[in-house]
Design a protein around this ligand. Structure first.
Ligand SMILES: Cc1cc2nc3c(=O)[nH]c(=O)nc-3n(C[C@H](O)[C@H](O)[C@H](O)COP(=O)(O)O)c2cc1C
Length: 188
């Protein structure tokens, strides 16, 4: 078989691989993930935080959510972790603070996160917006997310972004510090 033909076949296989990856990965990335609500530090006395997050395809977004919870537990908060779905808590009366965490997909927050934000009323409570991303700094995605939080009557308190795939330990310790941040306590 000629070299030209071999290269041609390799290109075709690569294109098919790319198309099928896109056709598989995109729908999976936009799916709803239903898991039981998980409470961290149930005997905490500082207050109660609701963390609504999309776990992503890798373990990075969940890792950031858990590190945040660890940091908040170190300041004696109670933390309820919920993967975003139609089963996520949609009333926030029992919470002092809410965290919305989403991977950036196609330059925007994940679809189910946006659906959730149209169904909840944050009663002017403080909200922390967190994005995980893989390419350029997600400025537009964060503007998109904070405006959705405002539309849901949330008070945008803090925003943070974490880059997937590089120096993960630093990203995780920064997420821990965010959870342990005194300004969360000062905000309630
Ligand atoms: C389908 C898909 C689309 C993505 N789109 C973007 C994007 O527009 N901008 C960006 O910075 N990262 C993008 N990423 C990277 C993710 O935001 C990054 O990997 C992440 O935050 C971790 O999510 P993951 O566990 O699903 O990879 C995309 C990832 C996937 C799977």
């Amino acid at each position: 078989m000629s070299k030209k033909k071999k290269v041609g076949i390799a290109c075709v296989i690569a294109i098919i691989g790319l198309i099928s990856a896109v056709l598989i990965i995109i729908p999976i990335s936009q799916r709803e993930v239903i898991t039981p609500l998980e409470t961290v530090n149930a005997s905490g006395t500082t207050g109660r935080i609701l963390v609504i997050y999309h776990p992503g395809l890798s373990s990075f977004p969940s890792g950031i959510a858990r590190k945040f919870a660890e940091g908040a537990a170190s300041k004696n908060w109670i933390i309820d972790l919920s993967t975003v779905s139609h089963e996520s808590p949609s009333t926030v009366t029992m919470y002092n603070l809410i965290v919305i965490l989403s991977p950036v997909y196609g330059g925007k927050p994940q679809t189910v996160i946006s659906t959730y934000l149209t169904s909840v009323d944050f009663q002017s409570k403080p909200v922390v917006a967190i994005l995980t991303y893989g390419m350029a700094d997600p400025v537009d995605a964060m503007t998109n997310l904070t405006s959705q939080i405002t539309a849901a009557h949330g008070t945008n308190l803090l925003q943070a972004t974490y880059l997937a795939g590089v120096i993960t330990t630093e990203q995780f310790s920064s997420a821990y510090q965010l959870g342990a941040n005194q300004s969360l306590i000062d905000a309630i």
